[in-house]
Design a protein around this ligand. Structure first.
Ligand SMILES: CC(C)(COP(=O)(O)OP(=O)(O)OC[C@H]1O[C@@H](n2cnc3c(N)ncnc32)[C@H](O)[C@@H]1OP(=O)(O)O)[C@@H](O)C(=O)NCCC(=O)NCCS
Length: 196
């Protein structure tokens, strides 16, 4: 579907899409909060229906990353542009709300080594490799801090074929299914299996 070149530096990572556009990945910082709010406002209705791990007003973003802790955000931009074109969030440990379901699959959650993941890419940039490259960038970060499992944030809607394909391509495996406004799939990636 795409071909891209990647260049991993110490903190940031760049890729070039097949159409020759360069994309820079970095860790989200609070100074990026306004752009993140704008990013979310510009997502299509369908993408927002698929993606809503948290509120995207500035105060909620500040509360999430500034006060509560336990989260790491990642963003993508074209070099030199303030506009965010992709955003993903990692939460360390697991969501309280999902704990019972994850236990029912036989998983014992460990805040030191487990994480929860929710990715998104701006509509105009979807399906050209940005999501994949951003995930590689995130994986490097997670490996560095000793995370060994990545679980989907609230699962994925079963009819979200693009996302299900994306997760499968990146080595996620199905844990089970549950009903919440339709059918959803829980999936998990064991990082060690991928890197072995
Ligand atoms: C899901 C999402 C993060 C994937 O990121 P992306 O940049 O579009 O995906 P990529 O271009 O990196 O493609 C990676 C893989 O995803 C799958 N994929 C991507 N676009 C696809 C499409 N249009 N149809 C089917 N599968 C697709 C493919 O398996 C692809 O691998 P391939 O190129 O080797 O075939 C992105 O499409 C998105 O933000 N969607 C809306 C929000 C959302 O659904 N988030 C997930 C909530 S659970």
């Amino acid at each position: 579907m795409y071909d891209s070149k990647m260049n991993l530096k110490s903190d940031d990572m760049t890729m070039t899409t097949i159409s020759g556009r360069e994309v820079l990945f970095s860790v989200f910082e609070l100074k990026d909060a306004d752009q993140l709010t704008e990013y979310y406002e510009h997502l299509s209705e369908l993408s927002r229906k698929r993606y809503g791990p948290h509120q995207f007003d500035k105060q909620s973003i500040i509360d999430l990353y500034g006060k509560r802790g336990g989260h790491q955000g990642y963003i993508a931009r074209e070099p030199g542009s303030p506009t965010i074109i992709a955003y993903s969030i990692i939460r360390f440990g697991c969501l309280e709300h999902d704990l019972g379901r994850l236990k029912s699959y036989g998983l014992n959650m460990d805040v030191e080594t487990d994480s929860v993941y929710a990715p998104s890419v701006a509509d105009a940039w979807q399906s050209c490799g940005v999501g994949n490259s951003m995930f590689l960038f995130i994986l490097e970060d997670l490996k560095r801090i000793g995370i060994t499992r990545v679980i989907l944030w609230g699962g994925v809607q079963a009819d979200n074929e693009k996302a299900v394909g994306f997760y499968k391509k990146n080595g996620f495996q199905k844990l089970g299914e549950f009903e919440h406004n339709g059918n959803n799939i829980d999936m998990m990636l064991e990082i060690k299996q991928v890197t072995a």
